[in-house]
Design a binder for this molecule. Structure first.
Ligand SMILES: *Cc1c(COP(=O)(O)O)cnc(C)c1O
Length: 384
């Protein structure tokens, strides 16, 4: 099976992890802080807090921004479950936004209208979580302007977008248009730490809160304590935190992977350009590539063009899988999940229509041209 996504592990990655195994610290040593510094520098931002998954990063991002019972968080329905669950972990509610059918990211006009209506009704969300779907950055300048006008905090779910750049050329994660940006280092994403994630911010106080929440809410800093420390052994719990720490093995792997991200994004672009050319004549809607932003191209998603083919998505999916092509579907709109539908019935037609027709083709930096040609040939057979 040619997978839709796959990690790349070099000998240097293996050596970096093995060196940690032979060292004094398997957790809470020098590797994770060094990875955090490298990641912050890569993203041109002052603070990165590494954690054990993007799911954890989204949870503590919401907590650090004060999300709690009685609050609502908004996110785009075309995403993975975790972008919504973080609100519920905090005892808050979640509401979903529809997509722009061209970008497949949150629809900015719909967001603007919904914010106006919520403001009039006194039901503004506490936090908005735009998702950079498939690695294509949302128009964050627009979104930040709307959020600022209504006093709503913003967490970018950039799980797909390590190595992407906004339209102005600044790296995703630089944080000029949001409070916190979250990355995932799951193996199918742009770079990996096996499991892992990070929360980045320009705000030192938020970074400190994130670091506390990652590790039991405990502090060893005398200036943060209520009253004087009992002695040099003393720590104090200042908040209800978790154990969301990244291990030293993961930190070392992340440090070793990070410098290769730009080359991997370039490789994804070259492969996507080939797909664009080779698939142009088929009855497919190809991904929109006209944005001034530079996508990290985590996913290459095509949609069956119903006006030009009678092949169903289900048939195409099953035939491709039977032919050894590891196609996938990103995403089942989260608002249609029974768990969420039972809480709030929503109809989001653009995302539902997109979902009915979408197929994710294999795309990753290690995909060979030969394997890509196999994907293209099978797709031609299935659609003709
Ligand atoms: C993968 C993903 C997550 C969760 O990442 P983990 O690191 O697996 O917890 C969250 N949001 C989006 C959009 C994702 O694709």
């Amino acid at each position: 099976m040619i997978p839709y996504g796959r990690q790349i592990i070099s000998d240097a990655d293996v050596e970096a992890v093995v060196a940690v195994l032979r060292s004094d610290f398997l957790t809470q040593g020098p590797q994770v802080p060094a990875f955090e510094q490298a990641l912050a520098a890569f993203c041109e931002t002052p603070h990165a807090v590494a954690v054990n998954s993007a799911t954890s990063a989204l949870h503590i991002a919401c907590l650090a921004l004060g999300v709690g019972p009685g609050d609502t968080v908004w996110t785009c329905t075309n995403t993975f479950l975790a972008s919504a669950n973080c609100a519920l972990y905090c005892g808050a509610d979640v509401e979903f936004l529809d997509i722009d059918p061209r970008t497949l990211n949150v629809s900015v006009p719909e967001l603007a209208a919904k914010l106006e209506a919520a403001s009039a009704a006194g039901r503004l969300p506490k936090v908005l979580i735009p998702v950079h779907f498939a690695g294509l950055p949302c128009d964050m300048a627009e979104i930040a302007g709307l959020a600022r006008r209504h006093g709503v905090a913003v967490v970018e779910d950039a799980s797909h977008a390590v190595g992407a750049r906004y339209g102005d050329g600044s790296p995703v994660g630089s944080g000029h248009h949001s409070d916190i940006t979250v990355f995932s280092f799951h193996p199918v994403k742009i770079m990996t730490t096996a499991e892992g994630g990070a929360a980045l911010t320009r705000d030192g106080a938020l970074a400190r809160k994130l670091a506390l929440l990652r590790s039991h809410g405990m502090s060893r800093e005398p200036e943060e304590m209520r009253g004087a420390p009992d002695g040099p052994w003393y720590y104090q719990q200042l908040a209800l935190g978790y154990n969301y720490r990244m291990t030293e093995l993961q930190g070392a792997l992340g440090r070793s992977q990070l410098p290769r991200v730009p080359a991997w994004v370039d490789a994804r672009h070259a492969l996507a350009d080939r797909y664009d050319q080779e698939l142009a004549g088929l009855p497919l809607l190809l991904p929109w590539r006209g944005s001034p932003a530079r996508s990290a191209l985590h996913l290459y998603v095509v949609q069956l063009d119903e006006e030009r083919t009678r092949v169903s998505r289900r048939h195409a999916f099953e035939a491709l899988r039977a032919g050894g092509i590891g196609v996938n579907v990103h995403y089942i709109p989260v608002h249609t999940q029974p768990f969420f539908r039972e809480r709030r019935a929503q109809s989001l037609p653009a995302a539902e229509r997109y979902y009915a027709r979408c197929i994710t083709l294999p795309l990753h930096a290690g995909l060979t041209v030969e394997d890509q040609d196999t994907v293209i040939a099978r797709l031609r057979e299935v659609l003709q």
